[in-house]
Design a protein around this ligand. Structure first.
Ligand code: ZN
Length: 135
């Protein structure tokens, strides 16, 4: 089951822009985390039920660096919280969707994640995530 928008991921050249988002959201990020496997440093804001995730590449070969090179800074992905990631993957695969990773993967902020391949989603990168504490 898709429960809610868990977060919106925004690709930025530098997490310096945190200052801007602190003002917009009138809030401070509650967490900073490096995800080595994704070559990314992320900070998180709680905005009601959902979060905003700012993503900076730690390496010019990372997916965020490549994304910014191609499309510029901006909204990178939308993440939906699901109650059971494996079940949702099976459901969507049976509808013909493919995922970027063959298996759910440990993402930032205590989430198991996977991405629907963007060739199926009309240019919207969609992440599904399941809170690890709920496993
Ligand atoms: Zn995300």
């Amino acid at each position: 089951m898709i429960k809610k928008i868990e977060h919106i991921g925004i690709a930025v050249k530098s997490l310096e822009v945190q200052k801007v988002f602190d003002k917009i959201l009138n809030n401070k990020a509650y967490k900073e985390e490096k995800v080595e496997s994704e070559k990314v440093k992320a900070i998180f804001y709680q905005t009601g039920e959902s979060k905003i995730e700012l993503l900076e590449s730690t390496d010019e070969t990372g997916t965020i660096a490549k994304y910014i090179e191609k499309r510029g800074e901006g909204i990178h992905h939308i993440a939906f919280a699901v109650d059971n990631l494996l079940e949702e993957m099976k459901r969507l695969q049976s509808e013909g969707f493919e995922f970027i990773y063959p298996e759910p993967k440990r993402g930032a902020d205590n989430q198991l994640i996977n991405f629907i391949h963007p060739k199926f989603t009309h240019g919207v990168l969609i992440e599904l995530c399941q809170e690890v504490n709920e496993l």
